[in-house]
Write a protein that binds this ligand. Structure first.
Ligand SMILES: C[S@@+](CC[C@H](N)C(=O)[O-])C[C@H]1O[C@@H](n2cnc3c(N)ncnc32)[C@H](O)[C@@H]1O
Length: 318
């Protein structure tokens, strides 16, 4: 495969690219926040309809654009992309654990404004030094200490514990597409763009439930016996040939890619609840194992039990 790197200001570089010549654009433009006082983070390109029009010109019809953004400024970029003529197709939520809250301490601010000196009780290492490793968190990894202080004034005491910002833990990604020339089929056949390669993007199904899967012939689907509790039925169905076959299919195909993705950090994985997964309706005329691999969940219905496949942190679905 051959490729070229064009190094420069995209407002200039894009002009040199031919119409309808690019399959997809993946970009992490400035979040326009002036991050850490840096001018590169506020060049205005993310909000520029003209810039996105240029991106659209070079993209093939049906070509996808993925553009990262900050949670505070996503909307403005998404509107600029839409105003340029793109179809907004989705929003991917990227969840990460390395963010650092840039919060103003309300109580300290009140004391400062009053000119009151706070008693220093000790020091603590900041979240930035403890956590972040990506550029968005600034000088991550450095040893930063802040003083632990006691409120000096009554007002500062009243507002102790108040701040102004949440810890950043997600970045929205615009998923947009240049309009098609007709149907998806016509577009795909002409340009090879317009669709998403779902099977190549599937999430590998792994975990203890997928290890040592025994293959057994698929028999009649299970129904709950009158003398059986839900738990007993679930346990029995979990070992049923249908369930094992469905798990094997899921293992082979992987899970359907979702519009939530995460960094896999311990912090983020721990945020997701423990869950059982990959439901598959036990009581049905036919077994629909393909649907199982699509990752849907079936609500409990009378005389139906959810067939629980694997279990673990719900992070495994994403
Ligand atoms: C959000 S940062 C990308 C960070 C990168 N993804 C990383 O993880 O290191 C945005 C980048 O866009 C660059 N930038 C800003 N305006 C630009 C322009 N007009 N043309 C090309 N790059 C630009 C900035 O210098 C900055 O490096």
């Amino acid at each position: 495969m051959s490729y070229q790197i064009h190094h420069g200001d995209n407002r200039e570089v894009l002009k040199n690219l031919a119409d309808n010549s690019i399959d997809s654009v993946v970009t992490d433009p400035p979040y326009e926040l002036g991050f850490m006082g840096k001018s590169w983070d506020a060049t205005g390109v993310a909000y520029s309809v003209e810039l996105w029009q240029e991106v659209m010109r070079v993209l093939k019809p049906g070509g996808h654009l993925l553009a990262f953004s900050g949670s505070r400024t996503y909307h403005r970029m998404a509107v600029a992309i839409e105003d340029a003529g793109f179809e907004i197709r989705d929003q991917i939520m990227w969840i990460y654990g390395s963010g650092f809250p840039k919060s103003h301490d309300v109580s300290k601010g009140i004391d400062k404004q009053a000119g009151a000196e706070r008693e220093v009780l000790g020091e603590k290492i900041t979240g930035r030094a403890l956590g972040g490793s990506n550029w968005k968190d600034g000088d991550a990894g450095g040893q930063e200490f802040v003083s632990i202080t006691a409120p000096a004034t009554a007002e500062a005491k009243q507002w102790q514990g108040w701040g102004t910002a949440l810890k950043p833990a997600h970045e929205p990604i615009v998923v947009a597409r240049k309009p098609l020339i007709g149907t998806v089929a016509a577009n795909m056949l002409t340009y090879g763009t317009g669709g998403l390669n779902i099977d190549k993007s599937r999430i590998v199904a792994k975990g203890e439930n997928f290890d040592n899967l025994k293959s057994r012939p698929i028999g009649k689907l299970n129904t709950r016996r009158n003398d059986e509790t839900d738990e007993e039925f679930e346990a029995r169905v979990n070992e049923s040939p249908q369930q094992l076959a469905a798990l094997a299919k899921l293992k082979e195909l992987g899970r359907w890619p979702a519009n939530v993705i995460h960094d896999g950090s311990d912090e983020v994985v721990a945020l997701f609840p423990y869950s059982k997964g990959g439901a598959y309706p036990a009581i049905r005329g036919k077994s629909d194992i393909g649907a199982f691999a699509q990752g849907g969940n079936h609500k409990d219905k009378p005389n139906q039990a959810r067939v629980m496949g694997d279990s673990g942190s719900a992070a495994r679905f994403f």
